[in-house]
Design a protein around this ligand. Sequence first.
Ligand SMILES: NC(=O)c1ccc[n+]([C@@H]2O[C@H](COP(=O)([O-])OP(=O)(O)OC[C@H]3O[C@@H](n4cnc5c(N)ncnc54)[C@H](O)[C@@H]3O)[C@@H](O)[C@H]2O)c1
Length: 268
Amino acid sequence: MTIRSLLVTGAAGGIGRTLRTSLKGRYPLIRWSDVVAMAPAGPGEECVTADLSDAGAMIDLCAGMDAILHLGGQSTEAAWPVVQAANIQGLINLYEAARLAGTKRVLFASSNHAVGLWRRSNLIDHTAPARPDGRYGLSKAFGEDLSQLYAYKHGIAGFCMRIGSCFEKPANQRMLSTWLSFADFTRLAIVGLEADYTYEIVYGVSRNTRSWWDNANAYRLGYDPQDNAEVFAADVEHIIGAVPMDEDFQGGGFVSPDFTGDPARIPA
Ligand SMILES: NC(=O)c1ccc[n+]([C@@H]2O[C@H](COP(=O)([O-])OP(=O)(O)OC[C@H]3O[C@@H](n4cnc5c(N)ncnc54)[C@H](O)[C@@H]3O)[C@@H](O)[C@H]2O)c1
């Protein structure tokens, strides 16, 4: 797809700030948005401060945008009202605004926490049903379904990236499986922005030797990750969580907080 105008939400966040450099000049207009202040706009850029929970602001924000890369929102576990405002109602506001604007595709920053209650002993792929490990994970599972609704019902192509751990370097043993380098995130986002598809789920993960995810669907669409967390193994292999149960499940430290169930009753 030829993109003349791209909206990136969550532009002030960890991933958004790196994209500001890595996507620079790739499309004629990139509109960067966040609820907090951003670095000033350069050539070919606009910066718009807007809150996802404000439906009217989202309509103004999406106007004229060919494509949207949606990174904004609550990015860790939080109380229901916080998750609901940014990641449920906020997402509805954004997709409705995209529909009204005639936007052709929306890339959604989903999360491994949408499938966090799968065990690490499972190698799962893009067909694995959601198994959220908390309120935040549930909001990402909701986002994947919302994306599918708008793809099939309204013709807005949907690209849901179940991101693992997108940071400069892996910080612990778990991230040797889940790490996504910033450079590989840019590669994946470009696939999502430019490939031909209607609705896809892919994993946002580098080419890690220890990955728990079969990412063949992303590779089929053209994703070719260049990084592997294994180069950091000696530095972080010894760093594991304090709660044994968290080390069994893919969601790691998001699993045990508030947990009152019986892990044995979670299917293999
Ligand atoms: N970094 C990771 O490892 C990782 C893993 C899985 C999923 N993700 C998802 O990727 C996206 C980006 O991650 P990140 O690490 O850059 O997160 P981040 O928390 O650094 O950035 C999120 C941005 O969203 C903005 N935001 C929050 N509430 C908002 C609202 N109501 N309206 C508008 N903007 C709002 C914040 O100000 C922030 O700048 C998030 O959606 C996150 O859930 C990230």
